[in-house]
Write a protein that binds this ligand. Structure first.
Ligand code: UDP
Ligand code: MG
Length: 336
């Protein structure tokens, strides 16, 4: 088997001090079977000493590299930075908490060598997950399915292999509000699906707070669809239609039935209903407007305070710089 290629493993890490060592000790024996590899940890503003562990690991093994954010920029941005910095022929993204078993890496690589440009995973239900997480994630995928035209599969995880070609397209995406689970199916390419049952989190608690989950859900929906905006217009028309009928009815009562004291309940119901729908729709429009505002400012999606294992660590490589950098480093095994 021709193994003359480089594998990059990208690991977003937010306060995972008790998991990093275990992950490295499980992944290294697997990665060392390949000609070249690098493990890139993206320290997403950890405050628990994860960075110190990463520094130590880099001293011991120069293939273990890190990029450290100046604060918490979120899981998706960490993935993005890892893809920006990775120089492998294929890039595997996985969590730091061992829920994504490193033992699956050779299977990914095999499929990649067969010609699949994306090998993605879909998680099967695991008993370890809380009831709330199961329900909320299922609801999330239902909503996504309803409002977007992108086939995002239920249980899609950020545990996947992408080919260099795919990574180069992701690097070119300008959007800061990245939702990789949508971007990957949107990109197309030959994709291979692997089902897996996530392992139990090795140590620590989930870093996905309810707030982060809701933000991810809103990002997912509004990054891939403008349908909610159309729904807002549609609902508006519907309400106008209903009110027109109700208006006719009220007028009829007013003209021909002088005794009734009607309207109190219906006024309350209609005003609150319409008020609610208006607020909801203004909110939807606000989310899109906010996104335009964020993208307009053109700020970098992440800020790096420290890194190791890279020739130079500018915040974000421009595309031409990235290509030069990669070409320049061809043949310098292990330095970049
Ligand atoms: N993570 C991150 N930044 C964040 C939240 C999470 O880099 O703001 C990392 C985290 O360290 C882990 C991965 O993203 O490696 C997935 O997070 P977690 O395991 O907490 O999510 P869950 O598996 O519970 O959905
Ligand atoms: Mg996890």
């Amino acid at each position: 088997m021709n193994k003359d290629f480089k594998i990059s493993v990208v690991i977003p890490t937010f306060n995972e001090v008790s998991n990093i060592g275990m992950l490295v000790s499980k992944a290294l024996p697997i990665l060392e079977n390949y000609a070249e590899y690098e493990m890139i940890f993206i320290d997403d503003g950890s405050t628990d000493g994860s960075l110190a562990v990463l520094k130590r690991l880099h001293e011991l093994n120069e293939n273990i590299k890190y990029v450290s954010f100046s604060r918490n920029f979120g899981h998706q941005m960490a993935l993005r930075a890892g893809i920006d910095y990775a120089t492998g022929d294929c890039i595997i993204t996985m969590d730091a908490d061992l829920q994504h078993p490193p033992e699956m890496i050779p299977g990914f690589v095999e499929k990649w060598m067969e010609g699949y440009e994306i090998v993605y995973t879909v998680r099967e239900e695991s008993d370890d997950e809380t009831y709330f997480k199961k329900i909320s994630s299922s609801f999330f995928y239902q909503v996504i399915k309803f409002v977007t035209d992108i086939p995002i599969e239920k249980g899609a995880a950020d545990f996947r292999l992408i080919d260099r070609k795919v990574a180069d397209y992701i690097i070119q995406l300008k959007e800061k509000d990245l939702f990789l689970r949508g971007v990957i199916p949107w990109l197309g390419f030959k994709q291979y699906r692997i089902d897996y049952t996530p392992a139990v989190r090795y140590s620590g608690k989930t870093k996905y707070s309810l707030k982060k989950m809701l933000t991810l859900a809103a990002t997912g929906i509004t990054s891939f669809s403008t349908k909610p905006l159309y729904m807002s217009a549609f609902l508006g028309f519907l309400m106008v239609g209903i009110s027109a009928f109700y208006g006719l009815y009220a007028l009829f009562q007013h003209l021909f039935n002088h005794n009734v004291i009607t309207g109190w309940a219906s006024i309350i119901i209609f005003t609150s209903l319409i008020g609610g729908i208006q607020l909801m729709m203004i909110g939807v429009i606000g989310i899109y407007l906010g996104k335009i505002f964020q993208e307009m400012k053109g700020r970098p999606g992440y800020v790096i305070q420290d890194y190791a294992g890279f020739v130079r660590g500018k915040q974000v490589f421009s595309n031409s710089e990235k290509y030069n950098y990669r070409n320049h480093n061809k043949g310098y095994k292990g330095i970049n």
